[in-house]
Write a protein that binds this ligand. Structure first.
Ligand code: MF3
Ligand code: CO
Ligand code: CO
Length: 276
């Protein structure tokens, strides 16, 4: 099958799906407070996606080969949970960190994004892990342009994370996304520059590094989904869906509540005629 390139009208559909997914995170943000449960957050997200956005939560019933059907409309991964945490009825408490990962299908197109939330007041260590992981995702995003290679993205993320003495999870990666939730290519968050697939305009994939405060080793829980760090160290993740444009990249999963990019990202180039 290979990598599916998206046409301008496909991209228009992906922009809508991406914005909707990000808007679910905006909606959840004021609710992520001590005492709320991830199951309550899941219900808020589900109702909004289905009844307000007219979309479908892609994770609900999602069943890749070898997995049980995923039972919820978002993933909520708390503290040492790396990814794919299943919402439950345990209240979040002050100091927890939680990744919330939302994928909305709208008119057949998938928008996939996640953010970290610090519940109440986080420790310095927890805040630093979340911030460095956010910057690591953007270190990968800014590599995206025609002629660059997937290995450039992975290398930028790995170098940055390891410079901060964190480790990069290897078993899960970013992915092509479009009419399917997970398609080619795989987007590794580690690697060597100048290696792997060359990027061309019209590719759309996620960049979603999982960064551990301790060792990179992970373990799957008996629920068949939840991934945790083997050493129970904290783990963080951020995710955007990104389009390769003629000149660079466009992040498709932005909305009014998206956190600002780090300072090193700079402002998008403005054509001279528009700037004059
Ligand atoms: N949204 C996740 C990703 O970024 C996938 C979650 S699949 C689920 O690829 F079934 F666990 F929800
Ligand atoms: Co994804
Ligand atoms: Co996701």
């Amino acid at each position: 099958m290979g990598i599916v390139l998206k046409s301008p009208s496909d991209v228009a559909g992906m922009r809508v799906a991406g914005r909707l997914a990000s808007e679910v995170l905006d909606l959840l943000t004021p609710h992520v407070k001590p005492g709320i449960t991830t199951l309550e957050l899941d219900k808020i997200a589900h109702d909004h996606i289905v009844h307000v956005q007219g979309g479908v939560p892609a994770t609900l019933g999602y069943q890749p080969p070898g997995y049980p059907p995923y039972p919820a409309s978002l993933c909520a991964s708390v503290n040492h949970q790396v990814c794919h945490g299943i919402p439950n009825d345990k209240p979040l408490k002050n100091g927890d960190i939680v990744n919330i990962d939302v994928t909305v299908i709208k008119d057949g197109w998938h928008g996939d994004t996640s953010r970290m939330f610090i519940v109440g007041e986080g420790s310095i260590a927890a805040r630093r892990l979340c911030q460095v992981t956010y910057e690591a995702m953007w270190k990968g995003i800014v590599k995206v342009r025609p002629g660059a290679r997937l290995g450039d993205i992975g290398h930028a993320i790995q170098t940055f994370a390891e410079h901060h003495s964190y480790s990069v999870v290897r078993e899960f990666c970013g992915h092509g996304v479009g009419a399917k939730f997970h398609e080619e290519p795989q987007v590794l968050h580690y690697g060597r520059p100048g290696t792997l697939e060359e990027l061309v305009p019209g590719m759309i994939f996620t960049i979603e590094p999982m960064i551990n405060a301790g060792r990179r080793d992970i373990r799957e829980m008996p629920d068949g989904w939840t991934i945790v760090t083997r050493d129970r160290s904290l783990s963080a993740q951020w995710e955007h869906t990104v389009l390769v444009t003629e000149t660079g990249y466009e992040v498709l999963t932005l909305s009014a509540g998206s956190p600002a990019p780090p300072a090193f990202v700079g402002v998008p180039a403005v054509p001279a005629v528009a700037a004059a």
